[in-house]
Write a protein that binds this ligand. Structure first.
Ligand code: GLU
Length: 261
């Protein structure tokens, strides 16, 4: 059973679609709620990590790019500008609730290589000890494809494993994992609990011919696999209601819980 009593450390991942409007500009209402809810969870005595996306999208909009650039250097330039903007807003909003945030930008090699991993791990621990909230993104500005996870779902699961989190919550633009394509079938239902990642679950995440993969479900299933390996429960829920985090921490899950029996 999922028992929220033991949860002392939680990683919360929020996607670009929750953090920005379709114009690419910041969704200040969502960002403000996010800062309030996470600060409150911190006040409840939990260690909190925020894994944020949005750097490239926000940077694009700030630089007047109307289409996502194909060339890596422009994507990296956009990430560089957008990451600044994101941290500026997080710093400001979290400060409103007397919380201090610290930026951690990492790449795959920081997680895979043992000595680097130890360093990153101890930085996280120091931030927790000092009462700060780590805000994590991939280091898109200097990373090349080989050393990037490329998606923040996987990144958030790796971070959850790194910091020995008790729970990972992924806020997405969908309500959870559906039993069939919700765009094509009005009777599609959310699967409330997944106890293992098998071929059926993988096919729901965007096998040939389904549209479910468009919500980024493939990377979420991959994140779930990382969480299963580390024994960390993971929840996918809708980012339009960040307050869902309270219900989840009280044991009432809206969305899909990935956890072994
Ligand atoms: N690191 C990317 C960004 O901040 C996001 C990757 C993702 O959306 O999964 O733009």
């Amino acid at each position: 059973m999922f028992s929220p009593e033991g949860i002392k450390r939680v990683v919360i991942k929020v996607g670009t679609s929750t953090l920005t409007h379709s114009t690419g500009r910041l969704d200040l209402r969502h960002l403000e709620t996010l800062a309030r809810v996470l600060s409150d969870i911190k006040n409840m005595g939990l260690d909190v990590v925020l894994v944020t996306s949005g750097a490239i999208g926000v940077g694009m909009s700030k630089l007047g790019m109307t289409v996502r650039p194909k060339e890596l250097r422009y994507k990296q330039a956009a990430a560089s500008v957008g990451q600044c903007e994101l941290m500026h807003i997080y710093d400001k909003f979290f400060l409103d609730y007397s919380q201090v945030v610290g930026q951690i930008l990492i790449t795959k090699s920081d997680i895979i290589e043992e000595t680097r991993r130890e360093k990153v791990e101890s930085t996280f621990e120091a931030l927790f000890e000092l009462g700060a909230i780590p805000v994590v993104n991939e280091n898109d500005t200097t990373g090349v494809d080989e050393i990037l996870f490329g998606d923040n779902d996987t990144l958030s699961a790796e971070v959850a494993a790194l910091v020995n989190a008790d729970l990972l919550i992924i806020f997405s633009d969908i309500d959870g994992l559906y039993d069939c394509d919700p765009h094509a079938n009005e009777n599609a239902r959310i699967i409330p609990r997944v106890t293992e990642i098998n071929a059926d679950i993988r096919s729901l995440a965007g096998g040939a011919g389904t549209k479910l993969g468009t919500g980024g479900m493939v990377t979420k299933i991959h994140a779930a696999e990382v969480c299963f390996e580390s024994g960390i429960p993971m929840v996918i829920t809708n980012g339009s209601r960040i307050e869902n985090a309270y219900d989840i921490l009280a044991g009432h899950i809206s969305g899909t819980l990935f956890m072994k029996d």
